[in-house]
Design a protein around this ligand. Sequence first.
Ligand code: ATP
Length: 319
Amino acid sequence: MSAAGRFAARTVRVKAPGKVNVSLAVGPLRPDGYHSVASVYLAVSLYEEVAATSTAAPGISISLSPESTLDLDAVDIPLDSNNLAYKAAAIMADVSEHATGVHLEITKRVPVAGGMGGGSADAAATLLACDALWNSGLSREELAHLASELGADVPFSLLGGTAVGLGLGDELSPALAKAQTHWVLVVADYGLSTPEVYRTLDRLRGAEGIESGEPTGVDPRILAALRGGDAESLSRVLVNDLQRASIELSPALRDTLGIGESHGAIAGIVSGSGPTVALLADDSIAAEALAEDMQRYGHTALAVHGPVPGARIISDTLL
Ligand code: ATP
């Protein structure tokens, strides 16, 4: 409360990046129902934004910003306690002595259920925004710990850059690769359920009698290529174990990859569990040209680059 006894609202605005898995090795189904992975994450220049405003009334509410670049009528995003941003605010309220009510306005740009960790980016942004709003004073390590409780991809959106993820993907080691690579994201107008893609991979492997081992690490050539920003070398080592399962569920992805590669992409990969396809380009000019070509084929295509930093406060305003 201010001296006049009136509630002084404050808005903290945070942006957090989506990701592409430059490599993703998936182990067998574990007894706990999860899969171990070994992945190289790259944070790319497509950002979610969360504006967290303190409210006099207790509780957490959510709205989607009209500034969103996604067609909000075409996507299914829960606005209740099932939203990952809601869960992030609730977990922060639990650990913050000075928590108030909060309204979260989310600007959606990362495709929903697209394999780029959009919901995870909202959660990472919300953790950081509420930490600032409520002066929680948590360290980056403490925030990363809370992030891993929310989902395997949340810690990476907080960290950003380039990182190796082991375990469920949340045991992160920053890879200190700063050189840029350029990509075109081909966004589908539908989503794929991540659990269903994993189940499909298990089924395909079971039918083939393939015993996959536990992934232990990532191919050092990937990190070397990323360190040097060497797109040509990187194009030879991109790998995603989930890709065949995503294509099994959505065969059109094979055509998207083929069109990309015949229009100048030096390689293409399904991002995470898909259906977003990430096409690697030689440089930013080639990426812009490729995005235009993909648009001519009726695709939604965006030229992006990475690595970019993780979740960051972009404004902090007393209203
Ligand atoms: P992941 O690979 O981490 O599963 P994704 O990018 O494939 O992520 P998301 O966009 O994070 O998928 O959303 C997956 C599902 O989660 C959606 O279908 C939606 O119902 C639900 N969801 C919960 N919170 C959010 C949010 N903040 N934004 C989008 N979807 C959300």
